[in-house]
Write a protein that binds this ligand. Structure first.
Ligand code: 13P
Ligand code: SF4
Length: 354
C-alpha cells in the first residue's frame, strides 16, 4: 500500500493516542488490519467495543451493522465512526423492519406469536435487533448460535417456535447440524410473497421459521468445490463458515465463525492441508501466516466481500485525520429508542453461558 498513506495513518493514530480505539473485522484488507488495535469476529468485536469506555472515538473497520452494534454497546459519550458509510452487508439488507413486522403480524394472526421467540443474527439492522428485544428474543453470532438457539427453544417451550432472522443458512445449520434436529421442522419465510409463501398449516407446524436471507459471499461455496478439493488436495480438511449452504456444511470437516476458523488452523500440526470456505482476505492472510500448512481457497472464483473491502487505507486515513482536526466524519448514531430495545436483545446474548 501507498507508503505516504501508511505514514499518515501512523501519525494520526499517534496523535490521537488513547482517545482512539480501532477495531478490525477479520475480513478487512491487510492495509487496514495493520492499524487495528484489536481484530476479531463480530462477537469478539462487540465485546471489545463495550469494554473500552475510556476511548472517545471507536473507529470500526468492518460493516455498518457492526458499527451500529458498537454504538449501542458503548457509552453515550463515545463516538463510533465507520470509515466508509457504503460498507453495508447484503444479508442485513435482506430483512427490512416493515417486512419483519408484517411477518410477525401473520404469526399473531395464526395464533402462534405468543410461543414464538425471535433469534436474530448480528448481521441485521439495529431496527431488527430492537424488534427482537421487544419480542423477548436474543441476538446471536456465528460463534454462539448454538447456545442462543438452545436458550430460545427453551423459552419457546414445547410446541413453540423460533423466528430466525435474517440468515436462513445459519438458522438451518445450527438447528439441524449443531443441535441434530430434523430438517423437516424448518420452513423458509419469503418476505416477497404473501404469507411468506407458506400455507397456514406449514406455518403452524414448523418449529423453525427461517427468514429468506443469505450471504452473497458464502452462498457461492458449492458442493462441487468441496468434492474438487477432496480430489485435488491429498488429506485435505475442509473448514467453512456456517453462513454456507447446508449441503456444503454437511460435507465439511469443520464449521465455525471466523475466529474459530483461525484458532482451528493455528492449532493444527504443520503439514495439515486446508480448503477454507470463507472470505478471501482472511484466507489469504491465513495462508501467509501459516506457511507450514497448506491453505487453499475453497472456491476457484474470487470471493471478496465487496462491502468489507470498501474500507480501504484512504478512507481510514481520512477518518483518522478528520478526528485529529477535531471533525467527526461518518459517525454512526442509532436512534435512542431503537438502541434501547436493541440493547435488551444484545444484553441477552452477552448473558448467555460460554
Ligand atoms: P463472524 O461472526 O464470523 O465474524 O462473521 C461475520 C460475517 O459477516 C460473516 O460473513
Ligand atoms: Fe455480509 Fe456476507 Fe459480507 Fe459478511 S461476508 S458482511 S454476511 S455480505
Amino acid at each position: 500500500s501507498d507508503p505516504g498513506l501508511v505514514d499518515r495513518a501512523r501519525a494520526a493514530k499517534a496523535a490521537l493516542g488513547d482517545r482512539l480505539f480501532v477495531l478490525g473485522h477479520h475480513y478487512q484488507r491487510d492495509e487496514v488490519i495493520e492499524f487495528a488495535d484489536v481484530t476479531g469476529d463480530s462477537f469478539k468485536l462487540a465485546k471489545e467495543a463495550a469494554a473500552r469506555p475510556d476511548a472517545e472515538y471507536v473507529v470500526f473497520c468492518g460493516v455498518h451493522f457492526m458499527a451500529e452494534s458498537a454504538d449501542i454497546l458503548t457509552a453515550d459519550t463515545q463516538t463510533v465512526v465507520l470509515p466508509d458509510l457504503a460498507a453495508g452487508c447484503s444479508m442485513a439488507d435482506m430483512a427490512a423492519i416493515d417486512q419483519v413486522e408484517e411477518c410477525w403480524d401473520e404469526l399473531v394472526e395464526a395464533g402462534v406469536a405468543d410461543a414464538t421467540v425471535p433469534v436474530t443474527y448480528m448481521n441485521s439492522s439495529a431496527a431488527i435487533k430492537a424488534f427482537t428485544g421487544r419480542h423477548g428474543g436474543t441476538i446471536c453470532t456465528s460463534s454462539n448460535a448454538k447456545t442462543a438457539l438452545t436458550w430460545a427453544l427453551e423459552q419457546a417451550g414445547e410446541g413453540g417456535k423460533i423466528l430466525f432472522l435474517p440468515d436462513q443458512h445459519l438458522g438451518r445449520n445450527t438447528y439441524a447440524r449443531d443441535l441434530g434436529r430434523p430438517l423437516e421442522d424448518c420452513v423458509v419465510w419469503d418476505p416477497h410473497r404473501p404469507m411468506g409463501g407458506l400455507t397456514p398449516d406449514q406455518l403452524r407446524d414448523a418449529t423453525m421459521v427461517l427468514w429468506r436471507g443469505h450471504c452473497s459471499v458464502h452462498g457461492r461455496f458449492s458442493v462441487e468445490a468441496v468434492e474438487a478439493a477432496r480430489r485435488e488436495v491429498p488429506d485435505v480438511r475442509v473448514i467453512v463458515h456456517p453462513e454456507c449452504r447446508h449441503e456444503v456444511v454437511e460435507l465439511a470437516d469443520e464449521v465455525g465463525s471466523t475466529e474459530k476458523i483461525i484458532k482451528t488452523i493455528a492449532a493444527a500440526p504443520a503439514g495439515t492441508a486446508w480448503a477454507v470456505g470463507t472470505e478471501l482476505n482472511l484466507v489469504r492472510r491465513l495462508a501467509a501466516e501459516f506457511p507450514e500448512q497448506r491453505i487453499v481457497f475453497l472456491e476457484k472464483n474470487v470471493c471478496y466481500c465487496s462491502t468489507m473491502n470498501r474500507i480501504d487505507l484512504p478512507h481510514l486515513v481520512w477518518a483518522l485525520e478528520s478526528l485529529v482536526e477535531g471533525r467527526v466524519v461518518n459517525a454512526i448514531r442509532v436512534d435512542p429508542d431503537v438502541a434501547h430495545h436493541a440493547r435488551v436483545a444484545l444484553d441477552r446474548m452477552l448473558a448467555l453461558p460460554g
